[in-house]
Design a protein around this ligand. Structure first.
Ligand code: IPM
Ligand code: MN
Length: 358
């Protein structure tokens, strides 16, 4: 981004925020109220990768990443799946450019769940039943769910509630149809599992169908299991794909691999009316930390999406061209068969960008 700012009208003035595993271990802080207030003053957030083997899984994810997506109401997670030849692992060499829109605030990602049973007997009532409550506070709504559970006393139970709201589905559908329109497409593919999870995804289908009629566009339905096959067998047949949160998480790792691996997937957590956050789709890869093996391309493609989102599409193209250039000249990390270190790939891209200066 600095290289791009040197040769264009894009003015890069980044401030580093010490949000992550290191600070958590030092101070116990995740995403603080102060962080939120400070970040709110910015045009956009560029986020590194999260995950630290010293910290129990879920703490950083829920306390930082998912919290950021929720508090800034970044309800669209845009994850393009582009055929970056020659790294596409498919036998058939056919170009594709799927744009997955993953819903980013609802579904099984709400953190609404609990446990009951004899091992959790502190929650047991005098009548033998168990009480379990969850609350979800969002910009769109506040929900309190209360479960009064009765079960034979010989087992323990865990549950996780996946909620979809009319408002949440409606804004997701609006974004998807408008996005497809902007790409010059006549349809949206909605992925779900409406044959089993009938309440959530049946409701979602109804609202998407109404929106399709409203926009005068077509709507294709795919079950997520069939979709995971279809993305491998016929990726070129998909354009704008709308997927609920959990299935979107899974399908976009598959999508990353179709592009050459997790190191190739950029992603944007978008609030169309507020603060958006851009990140690679991968985690922090602690097993190779500090070795210079990490592929920087996913992070660079996230920066490209940031530039597009901030209305610097020409500057975004510079980053994309720089990615194409290092791929074409074999200046890549070992995951792509290259011999370069992370920083060397970055330098090669900067050099290419700066050479574009007229
Ligand atoms: C992703 C990641 C996150 C998610 C994790 C780290 C919480 O896998 O961005 O896809 O599940 O959304
Ligand atoms: Mn994921």
């Amino acid at each position: 981004m600095e290289a791009v700012s040197q040769i264009s009208s894009f003015d890069f003035d980044g401030e580093m925020f010490d949000i992550g595993g290191e600070r958590y271990l030092r101070t116990g802080e995740l995403l603080t109220e102060q962080d939120i207030a400070d970040l709110k003053k910015k045009d956009a957030i560029y986020f590194g990768a999260i995950g630290d083997p010293r910290i129990k899984p879920g703490i950083l994810e829920q306390g930082i990443l998912l919290k950021m997506r929720a508090v800034f109401d970044e309800y669209i997670n845009l994850r393009p799946v582009t055929s970056w030849f020659p790294f596409v692992p498919l036998k058939r060499e056919v170009p594709f450019d799927i744009h997955i829109l993953r819903e980013n605030t609802e579904d099984f990602y709400m953190g609404a769940g609990g446990k009951f049973g004899p091992s959790f007997s502190e929650k047991k009532n005098a009548d033998g039943s168990y009480d379990s409550s969850v609350s979800v506070q969002r910009g769109m709504y506040n929900i309190g769910l209360h479960l009064n559970a009765r079960a034979s006393d010989d087992d323990d139970f865990a549950y996780e509630v996946g909620l979809l709201s009319r408002k949440g589905i409606t804004r997701f559908a609006d974004y998807a149809f408008q996005y497809a329109q902007k790409r010059g497409e006549d349809r949206v593919t909605l992925v779900d599992k409406a044959n089993v999870i009938t309440n959530n995804y049946g409701f979602q289908r109804e609202i998407f169908q109404q929106k399709a009629d409203e926009y005068g566009m077509k709507l294709d339905f795919m079950f997520v299991d069939a979709m995971s096959m279809a993305m491998i067998v016929r990726p070129e047949t998909f354009g704008t794909v709308a997927v609920p949160n959990l299935f979107g998480d899974i399908l976009t790792d598959l999508g990353a691999q179709l592009q050459g691996g997790l190191g190739m997937g950029g992603s944007g957590n978008i609030n169309p009316h507020g603060l958006s956050m851009f990140e690679p789709i991968h985690g922090s890869a602690p097993d190779i930390a500090g070795q210079g093996k990490a592929n920087p391309i996913a992070a660079v493609l996230a920066a490209q999406m940031l530039l597009d989102n901030q209305d610097f599409p020409e500057e975004g193209k510079m980053l994309r061209a720089a990615v194409r250039h290092v791929l074409d000249t074999n200046q890549t990390t070992p995951d792509l068969g290259g011999k370069l270190k992370t920083k060397e790939v970055g330098k090669a891209m900067c050099k290419y960008i700066l050479n574009q200066k007229r």
